[in-house]
Design a protein around this ligand. Structure first.
Ligand SMILES: Cc1ncc(COP(=O)(O)O)c(C=O)c1O
Length: 367
């Protein structure tokens, strides 16, 4: 942060020392944007009409509580609307939950590499982030997680499928892990990409939520439903936990336009189109992963809308430098997300992006 000018007022040193969340870059030339795990399809049927209609009420705050939307979300979980909390993106609920549960001297655990927002979630509350490295298959090392839980651990974040590496947590592994977590420790299952999962053995929030009062499941309308720009996501779990999250939330941040769009994508007319698109993206992902493996790359099990190319010491099964591969992509006009020292995440985008990704990777590998 040395190139940032000193602030004219007294601010917290720990905040100043922490880099802000870095969003996927904005394209500067024509090409594919495969750096933010966005949905390449245009808005689902009914979304634009719902937004346009609601725009006529832009001078009003959204109705308190959004009960219709919360009830629709609650239904597949077998809970009522009181067990659903909405946020301006699920990332806001991640912050709220960590703030509600973990203060100075407390710890929260997360896998690494994982969602890039996790390390800074506890900063403002004074909680200490504890990263648990993924295992050799780029999965959550759940035994190491269980071993890392101490008296000070207040929150355990699990990301399934894991962004950026791809594997989902297996149901049996999840059950075994939960049996080892103290009942008074909050577990957050971040399922931002759950809709893309095709592995029947993977954990699914709906199946496990009611067994664990200390579990909150997070989902989003940003990815599978393509509403990333409107900012709406949700948590499902114990109403008292979610009430505490609401206490530290920025009030009034979920907009009526986002609410209307979310209701539109859950409407029967949009659901079928949505399911078709999700299936198409999952199939495209599997094809891309298979083709990358044919190039000799050890791509981990991909269950989200992205694939992962590892950085490996001698380039064995991966590439020698994530940054160098990302630079080759940028040169060709395509944006991907490098994690220096770890690998490169490539989102599953437009159908035409697939041959372009394979072309750039093959050229990088000298194939
Ligand atoms: C694992 C994970 N969780 C949560 C989010 C946040 O999504 P949103 O705030 O758009 O709902 C993301 C976004 O990339 C993510 O990758």
């Amino acid at each position: 942060m040395s190139d940032t000018p000193a602030p004219p007022v007294r601010l917290r040193a720990d905040v100043l020392a922490t880099p802000a969340y870095r969003q996927g870059a904005t394209p500067t030339k024509p090409g594919f944007k495969l750096s933010s795990n966005e949905n390449p399809f245009e808005p689902l049927p009914g979304v634009l009409a719902a937004i346009t209609e609601r725009a006529g009420l832009s001078h009003r705050y959204a109705a308190a509580g959004m009960p219709e939307l919360r009830a629709a979300i609650a239904e597949p979980f077998g809970v009522d609307a009181g067990s659903v909390h909405l946020g301006a993106g699920s990332v806001t609920i991640l912050y709220q939950l960590v703030h509600a549960a973990a203060g100075p001297g407390d710890e929260y655990l997360y896998a690494w590499p994982s969602f890039e927002a996790y390390p800074a979630l506890g900063l403002a509350s004074g909680a200490t982030p504890v990263a648990v490295p993924l295992n050799a298959r780029a999965e959550h090392a759940l035994d190491a997680f269980a071993a890392a839980i101490t008296e000070r651990t207040r929150v355990v974040l699990l990301c399934s499928p894991n962004n950026p590496t791809g594997p989902a947590i297996g149901r049996a592994d999840f059950d075994r892990f939960m049996a080892r977590v103290p009942a008074d420790t909050l577990v957050v299952l971040d399922e931002a990409y759950r809709e893309f999962v095709t592995d029947p053995q993977a954990v699914r929030g709906e199946d496990v939520l009611r067994e664990h009062p200390n579990l909150v499941v997070l989902r989003t309308f940003s990815k599978a439903y393509g509403l990333a720009g409107l900012r709406i996501g949700y948590g499902v779990g114990d109403p008292a936990i979610l009430g505490a999250a609401a206490s530290v939330a920025v009030p009034l941040s979920v907009t009526g336009i986002a609410e209307s769009a979310a209701l539109a994508v859950l409407a029967p007319e949009a659901r079928e189109a949505g399911a078709e698109r999700i299936a198409a993206l999952a199939e495209r992902r599997d094809g891309l992963a298979a083709s990358l493996r044919e190039l000799g790359l050890d791509v981990p099990e991909a269950q989200g809308n992205f694939v992962w190319i590892r950085e490996t010491a001698a380039g064995e099964g991966g590439v020698e430098s994530a940054l160098a591969l990302a630079a080759d992509f940028a040169e060709a006009g395509t944006l991907v997300r490098p994690f220096a020292g770890h690998g490169v995440r490539i989102s599953v985008g437009e159908a035409e992006s697939v041959p372009e990704v394979l072309r750039v990777v093959a050229a990088h590998l000298g194939r």
